[in-house]
Design a protein around this ligand. Structure first.
Ligand code: FES
Length: 145
């Protein structure tokens, strides 16, 4: 049911933890399944994401997608990180079962929430970044569960 990559990232998640005094912190949840993901970014003055950590209280797919998402955004610029969509995360994991697609949306939205926090703290406007939702259930279609 799950790809080897999903199982690997679930069993050995990368970049778990917190960053003290992070440049941006984003937390999103899903009221329907109760899962919560928090992402911490350390962004340098050139706008490059030097370090990323995450904490996920959720299902295996949420853990695997957050782990992969941190790998995909590390070393990227803010603009490049914006392009890391849930589709990109799923592709990097060799796919997810259809009922688990919404878990990857949590990862995408956690990236956006951390970038939003970074922009707010630095009085920046990040082109293309829309205000993230706190509860992913607001944007997930009913049939995706
Ligand atoms: Fe909720 Fe996976 S079941 S994030």
């Amino acid at each position: 049911m799950y790809s080897e990559k999903v199982m690997d990232h679930f069993n050995h998640p990368r970049n778990v933890g917190e960053i003290e005094n992070a440049s941006g912190v984003g937390t999103v949840g899903n009221a329907k399944c109760g899962d919560i993901m928090r992402m911490y970014f350390d962004i340098d003055e050139q706008g490059v994401i030097q370090d990323v950590k995450f904490k996920t209280f959720g299902c295996g797919a949420a853990v695997a997608t957050s782990s992969m998402a941190t790998e995909l955004v590390k070393g990227k610029t803010v603009q490049e990180a914006l392009k890391v969509t849930n589709q990109a995360v799923m592709e990097a994991l060799d796919g997810l079962p259809p009922v688990k697609v919404h878990c990857s949306l949590l990862a995408e939205e956690a990236i956006h929430a951390a970038l939003w926090d970074y922009a707010k703290k630095n009085n920046l406007v990040i082109e293309g970044l829309e205000k993230p939702v706190n509860d992913i259930a607001e944007i997930v279609e009913e049939e995706e569960y």
